[in-house]
Design a protein around this ligand. Structure first.
Ligand SMILES: *[C@@H]1O[C@H](CO)[C@@H](O)[C@H](O)[C@H]1NC(C)=O
Ligand SMILES: *[C@@H]1O[C@H](CO)[C@@H](O)[C@H](O)[C@H]1NC(C)=O
Ligand SMILES: *[C@@H]1O[C@H](CO)[C@@H](O)[C@H](O)[C@H]1NC(C)=O
Ligand SMILES: *[C@@H]1O[C@H](CO)[C@@H](O)[C@H](O)[C@H]1NC(C)=O
Ligand SMILES: *[C@@H]1O[C@H](CO)[C@@H](O)[C@H](O)[C@H]1NC(C)=O
Ligand SMILES: *[C@@H]1O[C@H](CO)[C@@H](O)[C@H](O)[C@H]1NC(C)=O
Ligand SMILES: *[C@@H]1O[C@H](CO)[C@@H](O)[C@H](O)[C@H]1NC(C)=O
Ligand SMILES: *[C@@H]1O[C@H](CO)[C@@H](O)[C@H](O)[C@H]1NC(C)=O
Ligand SMILES: *[C@@H]1O[C@H](CO)[C@@H](O)[C@H](O)[C@H]1NC(C)=O
Ligand SMILES: *[C@@H]1O[C@H](CO)[C@@H](O)[C@H](O)[C@H]1NC(C)=O
Length: 401
């Protein structure tokens, strides 16, 4: 019979009700047929409580998989689920999402779902990386999307070669990703672009922990309406960092990011370390970024190890005329160490706010960041913000600019 939930404390910060291993119910095994295994896999997950993909098995998925509306399911992925590289099919048949005009191979939704087992999900991304190099409007599928999913655990899974974003959590609640290895690396000269590790949207109580990410865009990205999120114990390489935003992009839309903790992050060879960004300019939307904590970041070769940009996509003149309507408050950056790339010369941290006190209560403690030695002594840049904390003096007085 089912043991429906167990309560796990994730980082002691919020309690997520998480899926438990079924001890009974109907168990099924799906093995490779030599053809398209998609329909068989979907059917097995709908019919059976527990579905196993054995270790030596590689399921070939040639048709999109809709696994929404599930209840009390275990997917034991010991082997591999591999999506075909038929771009024509996927471009025309991937499940569409209006948000940022995305498509996906695979949607999982419902409640009390456990996906684990040490296996691999493979998106055959190389053909997409190469095609995107000559078609910048190419629709590329997201590897795995949780849509309207509650009480889900995705644990001990490798996710490789995603054509675009690796994980999308859209309208999810109480989701834990634990022990995920992401690799989206091109073997040609064409980069694996937009291969975010995670994008979270309209979701609450999501934890991403104990994971290794080697990719070509955000390691973790909090899109509009992400609340009570944890991203901790992560090793990110080659990414665009842990990002809050972009927010406030669309006129008439209000974006909320509240209660986010990101701690114990190793960030290497990246564009950004910890980042918050919000649009300014004519016709932007509004929002609030509130109660955000970034701590214990160790960085190496990062362009912007610590950055707030509340004037995104504008220059100083335009940001003054059309400030961001996304207010930023109660943000702490603490215990940052390591080196920048030198791409911003000696600047290792930057807090650029819109005028009129739209950033409030920003604290910086124990910041030990250095540029490469050739770029000299570390400098800190800031505008339109009062800063507190034991590292505030590094920034000087930037409230009056
Ligand atoms: C790719 O998918 C299309 C349908 O979208 C199909 O007509 C074609 O045969 C498929 N190609 C291969 C190699 O399977
Ligand atoms: C580029 O990608 C778009 C969207 O996937 C597609 O409609 C279009 O045909 C592609 N263009 C070329 C030149 O292949
Ligand atoms: C993830 O990587 C770690 C470290 O290399 C390894 O121990 C672990 O088995 C990997 N997990 C999966 C699911 O591949
Ligand atoms: C990290 O990324 C760099 C380039 O961005 C790459 O050269 C290196 O092999 C990656 N390291 C690992 C451990 O994957
Ligand atoms: C975010 O949540 C607020 C409050 O519920 C809502 O007004 C707003 O439309 C939401 N924004 C998005 C992008 O969903
Ligand atoms: C801030 O968020 C953390 C979780 O990230 C939460 O534990 C804490 O209670 C929140 N503080 C306030 C004042 O809301
Ligand atoms: C943020 O955390 C505080 C303290 O736990 C809680 O009261 C508040 O409702 C949370 N905010 C959101 C949007 O969930
Ligand atoms: C700032 O941006 C505005 C709008 O794009 C442009 O018209 C203006 O010339 C820019 N000013 C400077 C100093 O670059
Ligand atoms: C400032 O933000 C911190 C969290 O970074 C919070 O604990 C504190 O209560 C805030 N102070 C005020 C005056 O709101
Ligand atoms: C900085 O603090 C002073 C004193 O509270 C206040 O008058 C000023 O408006 C603040 N400036 C900004 C940019 O928040």
């Amino acid at each position: 019979m089912h043991i429906p939930f167990l309560t796990a404390l994730v980082g002691g910060l919020f309690s997520a009700r998480t899926a438990a291993q079924n001890t009974g119910g109907v168990s099924c095994t799906v093995t490779a047929s030599g053809g398209d295994d998609g329909p068989t896999f979907v059917d097995a997950v709908q019919r059976c409580d527990s579905v196993t993909i054995p270790r030596e098995t590689t399921l070939s998925i040639a048709t999109r998989m809709d696994m929404t509306g599930l209840k009390n399911k275990n997917i034991d992925l010991l082997g591999t689920v591999k999506f075909t590289s038929n771009m024509t099919y996927w471009m025309n048949n991937g499940f569409p999402f209006e948000f940022q005009d995305q498509i996906t191979f695979w949607i999982v939704g419902g409640e009390n779902i456990l996906i684990n087992g040490g296996g691999t999900i493979d998106g055959s991304g190389q053909v997409w990386y190469d095609a995107f190099a000559t078609n910048s409007t190419l629709l590329r599928p997201i590897l795995l999307t949780l849509y309207q999913a509650t009480d889900v655990v995705v644990k001990n899974i490798a996710m490789i070669n995603s054509p675009e974003w690796t994980n999308f959590v859209n309208e999810g609640k109480n989701v834990v990703y634990d022990g995920i290895n992401i690799s989206a690396v091109s073997t040609s000269n064409n980069l694996a672009k937009n291969t975010d590790g995670w994008d979270i949207y309209r979701s609450d109580s999501i934890a991403i922990i104990n994971s290794n990410i080697n990719n070509g865009d955000d390691c973790v990205s909090l899109k509009p309406n992400s609340t009570n999120i944890i991203a901790s114990d992560l090793y990110c390489n080659g990414s665009h960092g842990i990002s809050v935003g972009s927010l406030g992009q669309y006129a008439g839309v209000y974006d909320i990011v509240e209660n986010f903790t990101s701690t114990n992050v190793q960030m290497y060879n990246a564009q950004n370390g910890a980042r918050i960004k919000a649009f300014a300019g004519p016709g932007v939307g509004g929002g609030i970024v509130k109660n955000i904590s970034f701590s214990f970041f160790t960085e190496g070769n990062v362009d912007n190890p610590l950055i707030v940009d509340q004037c995104y996509m504008t220059n100083a003149t335009e940001c003054t005329a059309y400030p961001s309507n996304v207010y930023i408050q109660d943000v702490t950056f603490a215990n940052f160490k390591g080196t920048s790339s030198g791409k911003k010369n000696s600047v290792v941290a930057s807090l650029a706010c819109s005028p009129d006190s739209r950033c409030n209560n920003i604290t910086v403690n124990d910041i030990f960041l250095e540029p490469p030695s050739a770029d000299g002594k570390a400098t800190y840049s800031c505008q339109n913000v009062n800063i507190t904390g034991n590292a505030a003096n590094l920034f000087g007085d930037c409230a009056t600019t």
